[in-house]
Design a protein around this ligand. Structure first.
Ligand code: DX5
Ligand code: ZN
Length: 214
């Protein structure tokens, strides 16, 4: 079953709690929370205080995507704010093995994201420890960008690596440019968790928008 995780980066920030409730009612499975620090990516969004403020808006899992430098310094703050799962960028972690284990030891599912130019093989030494791999299909920082087609090659490579190692429980998440046109190719290439910002929040009928991605 495909998991649909609307990204609140594309939501109306003036009504963030209501927007989260609306996509829950529309059939979302997770809430994708794009944290950006203006350094790792050229955009700045929100952090623990905002996440804590909207935590009570839904019982859906907060899938927190940390597009920040030195994520290891603030993992505890995101957990305290209500994160249910945390994904860090391989490119932002000097000691990725240690950071992955720190998140696991705190009891959360852990994901590692890779940017479009980062090879899937960079994750080979730690695949066995991961609950999720996030293949960025746009350059992180903004919603509404075009899907990068080469991502499908990386998806198939990752699917094969996981299958070869019997790591069938690891989720493959895709993030960026996911819409009714790209979703079938993404699912066919091996992803089971689809993040969508504009494809959901830019639509009036969120239920139809989410159904169109499955
Ligand atoms: C981009 C974020 C994505 C983005 C997706 O840096 O990580 O989650 O919000 O937005 P769309 O689905 O509009 O490309
Ligand atoms: Zn994201």
């Amino acid at each position: 079953m495909t998991i649909i995780a609307p990204s609140i980066l594309s939501a109306n920030f003036a009504r963030l709690g209501e927007e989260i409730g609306a996509v829950e009612a529309a059939g979302a499975d997770w809430i994708h929370v794009d944290v950006m620090d203006g350094h790792f990516v050229p955009n700045l969004t929100f952090g623990p205080p905002v996440i804590a403020a909207v935590r009570s808006a839904t019982s859906l899992p907060f899938d927190v995507h940390l597009m920040i430098e030195r994520p290891e310094l603030s993992v505890a703050d995101y957990i305290a704010a209500g994160a249910d799962r945390i994904t860090v960028h391989a490119e932002a972690c000097v000691h990725l093995h240690r950071t992955v284990h720190d998140i696991k030891e705190r009891g959360l599912p852990v994901g590692v994201a890779i940017n479009p130019a980062t090879p899937v093989t960079a994750l080979e030494p730690i695949l066995q420890y991961l609950d999720l791999v996030l293949i960025m299909t746009v350059n992180p920082g903004f919603g509404g960008q075009a899907f990068i087609p080469y991502s499908l090659v990386k998806l198939r490579q990752l699917r094969a690596m996981l299958d070869e190692r019997g790591l069938n429980a690891v989720d493959i998440q895709v993030d960026g440019g996911v819409n009714p046109r790209t979703a079938p190719m993404i699912r066919e290439a091996g992803a089971n968790v689809l993040v969508a910002g504009n494809a959901v929040f830019a639509e009036r009928d969120r239920a139809a928008a989410i159904a169109a991605l499955r």
